[in-house]
Write a protein that binds this ligand. Structure first.
Ligand code: UDP
Length: 327
């Protein structure tokens, strides 16, 4: 297939590109390199087309999608704090960018669009495991803009007949997980701390749990969604388990320090994955123990990542505490 991966230089995107190439598909990566890193694709550079392109460049986008079969939309701005500080930037990237891509998809009659949605749309769920029909309740601009993108994709697929699937990812982790300057996903933070022999900063008492999903399982879910005849549906993608932060620090075998509990974050995330299991015949394969072993085998990757301390985290999350604390 002729495929496009937006955000292909990012964490999940680069793994997807690897998988598509290994199966003999043609891949063009579109990335504006705002957070994506071309190094993530160094090992594949001879086998792909890598194009610097912002999704708000409509003309370029339209040309890029000529004769494309599958479009995988992974380009987005992530992270909570910067989304609170500059919601317009998040709207432009995650909402306007998605509209432009949708327009190009319908103009070029693509045969499948896969949207990477976020489990953050559920906010603080009241049902566990959380099914796709649970209440939607985004808590901060990043979550809202990813949800708006999803609504656009579902609406477009219905009105303009673009066969699309939205996948709601739960806490994806694995090699090349983001290490950007902003305080971000837990594994990037912990692995850089471990490498520098600094204590892992455990939020609260560490008993909170997350549905950590290994990136190869996510890539698999994306791929089966593209191949399937099923369209215009939303699926959760999770590991089938919810694991405590204390168990993660035990597996990482490092010293810890506790930092304040953060507002507006759930004590538990846990996907109900019965729908994707039965309709797409997908299931997660990688246990947390296996996944963490792969991370530890690749720990040098986080050698250049920022090393967060309780003090720098407290500074970096000021707006988070300010705006999201219960009013
Ligand atoms: N976490 C932690 N220490 C950190 C960063 C995160 O203990 O320095 C915890 C956080 O409380 C949450 C989990 O790790 O329970 C995952 O956090 P992340 O920000 O990666 O994703 P979230 O599920 O909050 O979107």
């Amino acid at each position: 297939m002729n495929t496009i991966v937006t955000g292909g230089a990012g964490f999940i995107g680069s793994h997807l590109v690897e998988h598509l190439i290994s199966l003999g598909h043609k891949v063009t990566v579109l990335d504006n390199f705002s957070t994506g890193r071309s190094e993530n694709l160094d090992h594949l550079i001879k086998k792909i087309k890598l194009i610097e392109c912002d999704l708000n460049n409509e003309d370029k986008l339209n040309k890029m999608l000529e004769n494309v079969d599958w479009v995988f939309h992974l380009a987005a701005l992530a992270d909570i704090v910067p989304s609170i500080q500059d919601p317009q930037k998040y709207f432009n990237a995650n909402v306007s960018g998605t509209i432009n891509l949708l327009k190009a998809c319908s103009a070029n009659n693509v045969s499948k669009l896969i949207y990477s949605a976020s489990s953050s749309c559920y906010g603080i769920p009241s049902v566990y495991p959380t099914p796709e029909e649970a209440t939607i309740n985004p808590q901060y601009p990043y979550a809202l803009t990813k949800r708006m993108g999803e609504e656009l994709v579902m609406h477009w697929s219905h009105v303009y007949n673009i066969p699309a699937i939205s996948l709601r990812f739960f806490n994806v982790y694995g090699p090349r997980s983001r290490t950007s300057g902003t305080y971000g996903a837990v594994f990037g933070v912990f692995l850089a701390q471990k490498l520098a022999d600094q204590p892992l900063t455990v939020v609260g008492d560490g008993t909170q749990t997350r549905d950590f999903t290994f990136v190869s399982d996510v890539v698999d879910a994306i791929y089966v969604s593209a191949k399937s005849n099923i369209k215009n549906k939303i699926f959760n993608v999770g590991s089938g388990k919810s694991i405590s932060i204390n168990y993660i620090t035990k597996l990482l075998n490092a010293k810890t320090v506790n930092i304040p509990k953060r507002p507006a974050e759930p004590d538990v995330t846990f996907a109900d994955i019965s729908k994707i299991k039965s309709e797409l015949n997908w299931q997660p394969k990688v246990s947390i123990e296996e996944g963490i072993k792969v991370l530890l085998d690749n720990i040098e990757y986080w050698g250049n990542a920022p090393i967060w301390t309780p003090e720098t985290i407290s500074q970096a999350t000021k707006d988070w505490f300010h705006y999201l604390s219960e009013k």
